[in-house]
Design a protein around this ligand. Structure first.
Ligand code: SF4
Length: 223
């Protein structure tokens, strides 16, 4: 008689299942603001069920961040001291709130300076030649809100833990532009007005449309 085994894929899916987080206009997230504004707008107006396969990919990111924290706080690594990790952040703006979670804050011993660290896992670090503008926006906001004006995006490879670190200078102008994106999103959501198809119109962002769950709606300019 064949041994009856269990379906671990299904067990993981069940373990990770969670309610779709319904987003309400007026509360926005730094991790999303670098996306196409129209797509973010759709995610508020037409929320989709979270794809279980995507939840697994997010979980890999969480697991890897846990590993990065262990490395940063290890006694074996004297060059940095982990000051905080996964701490909440809130920016009050006119009529809306931006809320997020900063991955890590470290003290770099040599310079004596604190530094914000945003961790991203990637399929292959070899293809990462510069930090993704979306991730830089997130980092700029964190630097802006914490008042710690040094930051890096740390990419870590999911297959072999190799990494690349990209420093970013704080720019009050960039932080202001990002806050203006939130304000624009808030205005359009409140008025029920569909944003322009930002990614379609920008050569740097067009690739996003290939992975967009709202492409059909967007092609029809559905509100
Ligand atoms: S299809 Fe492209 S332009 Fe349209 S919402 Fe999606 S990402 Fe934006």
């Amino acid at each position: 008689m064949a041994l009856h085994v269990f379906d671990f894929d299904q067990m993981v899916s069940r373990f990770l299942v969670r309610e779709t987080r319904l987003k309400t206009a007026g509360r926005y997230y730094p991790s999303e603001i670098g996306n196409c504004l129209r797509k973010v707008w759709y995610s508020y107006k037409h929320p989709l069920e979270v794809d279980p396969e995507k939840l697994k990919i997010f979980e890999v990111g969480n697991i890897l961040h846990g590993f990065v924290v262990e490395v940063l706080k290890s006694e074996k690594n004297k060059e940095v001291e982990l000051l905080k990790s996964e701490f909440p952040l809130r920016i009050e703006a006119q009529g809306f709130v931006v809320s997020g979670r900063v991955d890590d804050l470290v003290l770099v011993k040599e310079s004596g300076k604190s530094m914000v660290v945003e961790v991203k896992s990637t399929k292959s670090v070899d293809y990462v030649q510069k930090a993704d503008p979306k991730h830089l926006m997130q980092l700029q906001l964190y630097m802006h809100a914490t008042g710690i004006h040094n930051g890096v995006v740390l990419y870590i490879d999911k297959t072999d833990l190799r990494s690349k670190v990209f420093p970013e200078e704080y720019s009050p102008e960039k932080a202001k532009e990002i806050m203006q994106r939130f304000a624009e999103l808030h205005k359009l959501l409140s008025a029920g007005l569909l944003p322009l198809p930002e990614a379609k119109k920008s050569a740097d962002m067009q690739w996003m449309c290939r992975y967009c769950e709202y492409a059909e709606k967007c092609d029809k300019n559905e509100g």
